[in-house]
Design a protein around this ligand. Structure first.
Ligand SMILES: *Cc1c(COP(=O)(O)O)cnc(C)c1O
Length: 502
């Protein structure tokens, strides 16, 4: 175990040193002929060449490492220990709810009847799975105040795009074809404008006030017959509740626009307030943020999207329906925007969300109350160290800045990188882009007071360290497998592939 970091060893005490460079699995391998035994493709090579003329057909075997199973197991174990994860310590990213999810939800998703389900199985054999989807839709409708929900989209951004396609279909069905623009606050998550652009809509940015909420006058001035929708999240990306939301909904609807809710921040409101009651017409949820689906690594997510009664006809196919005791998939929906995802969507995520919601039952608002309490506690502990981006009370997340802290040259990236040396994951840095040197924290409801104190004490230790030896903080991290990288180079020219020596 030597060479591993000891997370949470205590504030002011960096983790133990790393062992140094570890070999790649290719280097552990005696030769590179270890892959799965060759199998006949079952399709004649000539047919493959017709299908893929001139490309794609391998002429030499793939160089696959040959290592015994224990060597591979230890190699993968070593790699896993190099990654920060929620079993290791706090993961206070802002804007992405990175919470610890109950192990029981994993166990339930792993039940044979769920995990081994085949998407083309006979409808009589999958009644339980369909019942779970039908019931989950009802639970999520109750939580959001929406009429119907599609469980198909595979992530938040996919839900946004699906929701906007339904909004376009709604306007088109009314013969209202001039609505080609979407209003989006300047504090919005980057996926909002990206989804709107992918749906072929023009993005118009709306200003925020100094308290971090949408400037209703600016918004009102931009509302006209060309606006298809306003996309908002509440609480917004600064963690501030949009208290004018009812007024915004009123002026939006008066102008013929619809109101879209980005539900990625529902962790702050679940069980307490419903987007449907605030006047939102379309809502997406991130099951991988609010409802117990592991999040990160790009791994399967789920972004169900719900609609108000006027838009139910446009939901993607299929919908899950019940007649008597029987459940079925309905593909016969003439006004549907069509299919957005293969088969059932990411079914395993649906099982986890269902288990999570049912285990809380009517007490699910405790999630939101604890998430907000934890964020406010951490904010109060960090306020003496870092100025806050806005004076408003935060909900589940807040944005601090190193601008104006005790060490003028200290940048957000220095704090973020130095935290890694202490076995604490960095908060989101430089987002939202409206705040200079932003550090955005979302501790979530699953962190204890002890871990919040550890994070706050560590931040205090880093600022004190920067007062003594700024250069040491500016060159951090010193104890991670990879030290500070050239971020521009890493983003523009990533090396993601191992190539055999010629
Ligand atoms: C995470 C997030 C999204 C996008 O969700 P993905 O599942 O990552 O596509 C959208 N809006 C906000 C506010 C988010 O935090």
């Amino acid at each position: 175990m030597s060479g591993m970091p000891v997370p949470g060893a205590g504030a002011g005490e960096p983790v133990a040193e790393w062992a140094g460079d570890e070999p790649l699995v290719f280097e552990l391998s005696g030769d590179l002929r270890g892959g799965p035994r060759e199998v006949e493709p079952g399709v004649p090579v000539e047919a493959l060449e017709r299908l893929l003329p001139g490309v794609g057909l391998r002429t030499t075997p793939a160089p696959i490492p040959a290592v015994p199973e224990p060597v591979l197991a230890r190699h993968l174990g070593r790699l896993a220990r190099r990654n920060h994860n929620l079993h290791q310590g706090i993961y206070p990213l802002g804007s992405c709810t990175m919470k610890y999810n109950p192990a029981v939800d994993e166990q339930l998703a792993g039940l044979t009847g769920f995990a081994d389900l085949h998407p083309d199985q006979d409808i009589d054999d999958v009644q339980g799975a369909l019942q779970l989807m039908w019931e989950l839709e009802r639970l999520l409708c109750e939580i959001t105040g929406m009429a119907r929900i599609s469980l198909q989209p595979a992530a938040g951004a996919h839900g946004e795009w699906t929701g906007l396609r339904m909004i376009q279909a709604y306007h088109a069905a009314r013969g209202d074809t001039a609505r080609t623009r979407v209003l989006i606050p300047d504090s919005a998550h980057g996926t909002n404008p990206a989804s709107a652009a992918l749906a072929g809509l023009e993005v118009v940015t709306v200003r925020s006030n100094s308290d971090g909420t949408v400037d209703v006058a600016d918004l009102g001035g931009r509302l006209d017959r060309s606006v298809a929708a306003i996309m908002m999240t509440n609480p917004n990306t600064l963690g501030v509740f949009e208290k004018d939301i009812m007024e915004i909904a009123r002026i939006a609807h008066e102008a013929g626009s619809l109101l879209y809710y980005d539900g990625a921040n529902l962790n702050a409101l679940v069980g307490l307030a419903r987007p449907g009651d605030m006047g939102f017409d379309v809502v997406h949820l991130n099951l991988h943020k609010t409802f117990s689906t592991p999040h990160g690594g790009g791994g399967p997510g789920s972004g169900p999207v719900g609609v108000a009664p006027a838009l139910t006809d446009f939901l993607p196919v299929p919908t899950v329906e019940r007649t008597g005791d029987r459940f079925l998939l309905n593909h016969d929906r003439p006004r549907s925007i069509g299919k957005v995802r293969a088969h059932y969507g990411n079914f395993g995520m649906l099982v986890r969300a269902y288990a999570y919601i049912r285990s809380y039952g009517s007490t699910i608002s405790q999630v939101a109350q604890d998430a907000v309490l934890n964020a406010r506690y951490l904010q109060a502990r960090l306020a003496p160290l870092f100025p806050m981006a806005v004076p408003s009370d935060s909900m589940h997340e807040f944005v601090a800045t190193t601008r104006g802290c005790r060490v003028p040259e200290l940048r957000a990236i220095d704090v973020a990188k130095r935290l890694l040396d202490y076995g604490v994951y960095a908060p989101t840095a430089y987002f939202p882009t409206t705040v200079p040197e932003a550090l955005m924290f979302e501790p979530t409801e699953t962190e204890s007071k002890r871990s919040l104190d550890l994070l706050a004490d560590t931040c205090a230790a880093i600022v004190a360290e920067a007062e003594r030896d700024l250069e040491h903080v500016r060159s951090a991290p010193h104890l991670t497998p990879v030290s500070r990288v050239d971020e521009v180079e890493a983003a523009r020219r990533p090396v993601l592939r191992w190539k055999p020596a010629e």
